[in-house]
Design a protein around this ligand. Structure first.
Ligand code: ARG
Length: 457
């Protein structure tokens, strides 16, 4: 047990208390960010004449060595230190002596952990954006290849109107595009540096906070030191972005599970993305899609957890805030894993176009188009709806499709029907005549706009 603050204490911390209080078991993940923050701090201290240039160089060299040795495995992060910040400072002092003890001048672990977390979340925002880009690229390829792949569009999971696979996947492109935009706007909002906030009230040393901020790639130093050490809004916002991403992944997973079922057979998952059963030899299960759907609950749990942790904290730093780490680490690992797996699952799957087209021809998905035909001949839509409703009813009784009805049956309901009704309700016509912006007949424009977005990401 090695603690930075032993001076004021006469007795050792109880073992259970130590174990309960420590964070090194998980904040060791912040080692790179902690070292990065310390480099900027020490450069700034020397620039302001608070440390000498020799001290600065010794510290920088020491930090480089720690980073190198930790990466190579030569330096193990010992759990006998309370947190990653104490660990780095202790190893530094062990290695370079007196100068190491000066690193913490004008700094508190409160602004240190605040800067570490911001650097970490900022890196992860970039990583998630990269994964979204890959997934969007895969979705776009599916769109480009399937503008003529007809399938039923659903409402209430009942066949509604014919669409194309390109159009259906285009809706997911929009969802993940919004996610990438959320991430980008959070990246701008959160890029503010808390370093130099001290414990809560700044410091008496003449720090140049804007200089440290610039060194760390932040846009500026934060305006209020109390907010600087106690703001975790960006953690909440990030988990919120991840929750929405998971919601989108979960909806897509649900569709994949349905489409992969024996009843639908719209998609066939690759063997590398499916699993078997220990008892039923014929099974090929969509476990990955199911797990993505299941893990959504885990990220939503993180959302509730972090909001609840933060809601009762008086200003400024309180130890409750240590609880931000495990929850956000887990949410990030989960969401990144799911994004990767969804991309792999989609890019390796095979689409069963004949089966989708056959399905689109059933269930009277072209009934609206039959009504629109009558409207084209001058009948008010409400009356046309009734006429086609009656024809559908007779088809249900006869067990046939609208397309199978002889012309005489159409004419019996309305003299406006002619031979061209069959062409008007064909699958191709139903899709291609829907040319309003964003409709399945307008995919060329949608694909162009999607391509432009992807290029800008
Ligand atoms: N492990 C702490 C955290 O994660 C670091 C800050 C500690 N500050 C303190 N005053 N105890 O929040």
């Amino acid at each position: 047990m090695a603690q930075l603050w032993g001076g004021r204490f006469t007795r050792e911390t109880d073992k259970l208390v130590y174990a309960f209080n420590q964070s090194i078991a998980f904040d060791r993940r912040l080692l790179a960010q902690d070292i990065r923050g310390s480099r900027a701090h020490v450069r700034m201290l020397a620039r302001q004449g608070i440390l000498t240039e020799t001290e600065r160089d010794q510290i920088l060299e020491g930090l480089d060595g720690i980073e190198r040795d930790a990466a190579s495995g030569k330096l193990l992060i010992s759990e006998s230190y309370e947190d990653v910040h104490s660990f780095v400072e202790a190893v530094l002092t062990e290695r370079i002596g007196e100068a190491g003890k000066k690193l913490h001048t004008g700094r508190s672990r409160n602004d240190q952990v605040a800067v570490d977390m911001r650097l970490y979340i900022r890196d992860e925002l970039d990583a998630v954006r990269g994964l979204l880009k890959e997934l969007l690229g895969t979705i776009l390829s599916i769109m480009e290849e399937n503008t003529e792949t007809f399938m039923p569009g659903f409402t209430h999971l009942q066949k509604a109107q014919p669409v194309t696979l390109a159009h259906h996947m285009g809706a997911y492109f929009e969802m993940f595009r919004r996610d990438a935009e959320h991430i980008a706007s959070l990246r701008i909002r959160m890029n503010v540096c808390p370093l130099g906030s001290g414990a809560l009230a700044g410091t008496t040393y003449p720090l140049d906070r804007e200089y440290s901020a610039r060194l760390l790639g932040f846009d500026r130093a934060c305006d209020n030191s109390m907010d600087g050490v106690s703001d975790r809004d960006y953690v909440i916002e990030f988990i919120s972005c991840l929750s929405v991403i998971m919601m989108h992944l979960s909806r897509l997973s649900e569709e994949i599970i349905i489409w992969n079922s024996n009843e639908y057979r719209f998609i066939e998952l690759d063997d590398t993305y499916a699993t078997g059963s220990s008892i039923m030899p014929q099974k090929k299960n969509p476990d990955i899609a199911e797990l993505i759907r299941g893990k959504t609950g885990r990220v939503y749990g993180a959302m509730t957890q972090i909001l609840t942790v933060m809601k009762g904290i008086p200003l400024a730093y309180n130890k409750d805030m240590q609880e931000d780490k495990e929850v956000v680490f887990d949410a990030i690992d989960t969401a990144k894993g799911c994004l990767r797996l969804m991309e792999g699952q989609l890019s390796s799957a095979r689409w069963n176009a004949p089966r989708m087209a056959e399905s689109a021809c059933q269930g009277y998905a072209n009934a609206t188009d039959a009504a629109d035909y009558l409207v084209g001949k001058g009948m008010p839509f409400r009356d046309a709806h009734t006429v086609i409703g009656r024809l559908v009813l007779s088809c249900i009784a006869a067990g046939c499709k609208l397309d199978d009805l002889p012309l005489a049956s159409w004419k019996a309901e309305s003299p406006l029907f002619e031979e061209d009704i069959y062409e008007a309700i064909s699958l191709k016509a139903c899709v291609e005549r829907r040319m309003t912006k964003g409709a399945p007949g307008d995919m060329e424009n949608e694909i162009r706009s999607s391509r432009d977005f992807l290029a800008s990401l």
